[in-house]
Design a protein around this ligand. Structure first.
Ligand SMILES: NC(=O)c1ccc[n+]([C@@H]2O[C@H](COP(=O)([O-])OP(=O)(O)OC[C@H]3O[C@@H](n4cnc5c(N)ncnc54)[C@H](OP(=O)(O)O)[C@@H]3O)[C@@H](O)[C@H]2O)c1
Length: 271
């Protein structure tokens, strides 16, 4: 399944991959071998990184170059520093580490010095060094500020935490993004793994199979990407079996509001 980026209509697969922690493996050859297999499974999907994620950008960049699959990926990273010159320096480094000529999406990480970086991002977008620009956050305490920046109508993308365990963004931010025609990337789709701990030892409901769901990961992800405002989710994984599992949530049909409600009720009754 794919969904359109509202500002252009370009379609994105509903499942991507996050690189926080999972891709921060430095020179570890065994770990890089696993990550290579993760990347081989992708075709058009978002790969999300940040200069905040240790060696993740370099590791992803090396492996993508080795595999020769740059053109098959939607590369997203972030700027996470203060001041115009520091921002430019950091983004130039990200281009080198990820080994891209043009970044598909550049985001202001956690709104760090957002006013300054937004100006640079607008310029770079005009120069076609960046295709899309966005802002990110991961906690509801920042939603007021996120909302204020979204309303300035300068962004193609919002990346925000959204899952069955963290639902606050659906109150105001997701409807606002939809209204402003801003694409939404859901981060922390498993609440950093907490959702799996919550359902440990629990069976999927018998009706999950009818929804094309065969694992808890697919249950969590399909619920997210079926929200009308959400464009895609970016589960973090360094495990090819998990990546395959996660991609399974992007196959078949999106769920109705009624089906999502039933799933949330079932999940809430666990643990
Ligand atoms: N402010 C921001 O901009 C911000 C903040 C937070 C996150 N993010 C982005 O969002 C991405 C996702 O968030 P996250 O990594 O914090 O948390 P997450 O995706 O909610 O959870 C990641 C955890 O889930 C496990 N996992 C993944 N697929 C699985 C599967 N099929 N079955 C069982 N376990 C599975 C992973 O372990 P394995 O490696 O073993 O699969 C990992 O421990 C990040 O990588 C990052 O790119 C951005």
């Amino acid at each position: 399944m794919t969904k359109p980026i509202p500002s252009t209509g370009e379609r994105l697969p509903v499942i991507g991959v996050g690189t926080w922690q999972t891709f921060d493996v430095g020179a570890d050859a065994a770990a890089r071998g696993q990550l290579r297999e993760v990347l081989k499974l992708l075709n058009g999907n978002v790969v999300d990184s940040s200069p905040m994620y240790g060696t993740s950008e370099s590791v992803a960049g090396d492996l993508i170059a080795e595999l020769g699959i740059r053109d098959r990926l939607f590369m997203a990273t972030k700027v996470w520093t203060h001041g115009p010159d520091e921002g430019i320096k950091q983004m130039e480094t990200s281009f080198k580490r990820l080994r891209v000529q043009r970044m598909d999406l550049m985001q202001v990480h956690n709104l760090a010095d957002v006013a300054t970086h937004t100006e640079t991002l607008q310029e770079w977008k005009q120069q076609k060094r960046i295709r899309y620009i966005g802002i990110t956050h991961y906690t509801s305490s920042a939603y007021g500020e996120v909302e204020r920046w979204l309303k300035t109508k300068q962004y193609d993308f919002l990346q925000i935490n959204y899952s069955l365990g963290e639902r606050e963004s659906e109150n105001r931010l997701l409807p606002l993004a939809q209204q402003l025609k801003v694409a939404v990337i859901a981060n922390r789709p498993f609440a950093e793994g907490a959702l799996f701990r919550r359902v440990k030892g629990r069976q999927l409901p018998t009706w999950a199979a009818e929804l094309g769901i065969s694992s808890w990961a697919q249950y969590f992800l399909k619920w997210i990407v079926s929200h009308p405002a959400v464009t895609c989710a970016i589960p973090g994984t360094g495990n090819p079996k998990h990546m395959q599992d996660n991609l399974g949530a992007g196959v078949g049909k999106l769920l109705s509001a009624e089906q999502r409600k039933q799933m949330a009720e079932y999940f809430n009754a666990q643990g």
